[in-house]
Design a protein around this ligand. Structure first.
Ligand code: ADP
Ligand code: MG
Length: 298
């Protein structure tokens, strides 16, 4: 297995959306990340996979400044998240991304529309309340919810609709970057596929860069341009799924070439567009099939 070298070789890496180098994170002496590096290209949908507890959510929290790393640098949209923009010190980089946290995390005592208004109010208090509500209503529709969903409380919605409501809130500020932490977890396959289509459509129409944590193999096959694999406290590989499948790392083999991985692959129509250039993955001529009928990270 080769080492990840995120900055090598691809023009998309010259001005990345996210650039992480030498990141370390730990809790009470337990290291979650150690010298982790990762580059997310502008405009891509990057899937992030890894077993439960490998630090996917901690990685996302580090990028958006909710977790202070013990070492390393993180640059988002060209600047360090903790530092003010020298050209525009009043601008807040947090207004340039939207986040859908694991589990959705909507305010249960606010309606969907009020939930979407929260970030608008926080970052643009000068906008008149009526206009704030109008913007929120638009985001609700953009997320594929009927307009009447805006006046409902999260508890009145199905799981799939709650995810869409959380997505509407993540889109509230017209973000350039969208972070999604296991957005299809808990949805039935039809709901999950519909959510995937929505993400793909929004990615295309809004020109978003998407950082998508998921263990949903269908999602990975369906909408991700590349996939980053977290294991052994770092990103051990980044590439398209065919590139990853050529890796000999046991977790990658088990995940993508195991029964569920193969099923997900076969349920998709063949894609005949050429794969973008590889950046990191060691190529082994003949990946060994793995028979174990288990799937990491349920
Ligand atoms: N705030 C925290 N305090 C202590 N330990 C934490 C905290 N957040 C995460 N961890 C630990 O860090 C590891 C990675 O967590 P997480 O990023 O949530 O994993 P996952 O890959 O499943 O998203 C786990 O061992 C988890 O228990
Ligand atoms: Mg998580």
């Amino acid at each position: 297995m080769s080492k990840v070298s995120p900055s090598d070789g691809d023009p998309g890496d010259d001005n990345p959306a996210i650039d992480i180098e030498g990141l370390s994170n730990g809790f009470d002496g337990h290291l979650v990340h150690e010298n982790l590096s990762l580059t997310v290209r502008r405009g891509e949908i990057l899937g992030v996979v890894g077993g439960s507890g490998t630090g996917k959510s901690v990685l996302m929290r580090s990028i958006i400044g909710l977790q202070t790393p013990s070492a390393g640098t993180i640059r988002v949209l060209g600047r360090a998240v903790a530092e003010p923009d020298p050209d525009n010190p009043d601008s807040d980089i947090r207004s340039r991304w939207g986040v859908l946290f694991q589990g959705g995390a909507l305010f249960s005592t606010l309606t969907v529309g009020e939930n979407v208004v929260v970030p608008i109010k926080e970052f643009y208090p000068e906008i008149a309340p009526e206009l704030q509500r109008e913007i929120a209503g638009f985001k609700v529709m953009l997320s594929g919810l009927p307009p009447e969903a805006a006046v409902k409380f999260p508890s009145e919605l199905s799981g799939g609709m709650r995810k869409r409501a959380a997505l509407a809130r993540a889109l509230a500020l017209d973000p350039e970057l969208l972070f999604l932490d296991e957005p299809t977890a808990g949805l039935d396959p039809i709901g999950a596929a519909a959510f995937d289509s929505l993400i793909k459509e929004l990615h295309e129409t809004l020109g978003l860069t998407v950082f998508l944590i998921t263990h949903d193999l269908d999602t990975l096959h369906e909408i991700c341009d590349r996939v980053a694999v977290l294991a052994d406290r770092k990103v051990i590989a980044v590439g398209t799924i065919p590139e990853l499948m050529a890796s000999d790392h046991p977790w990658i083999q088990e995940y993508f070439n195991g029964p569920r991985g193969r099923a997900a692959q076969n349920s998709r129509p063949a894609v005949d567009t050429p794969a973008p250039p590889v950046e990191t993955v060691a190529k082994t001529a003949n990946p060994k099939p793995v028979d174990k009928p288990t799937q990491p990270d349920a």
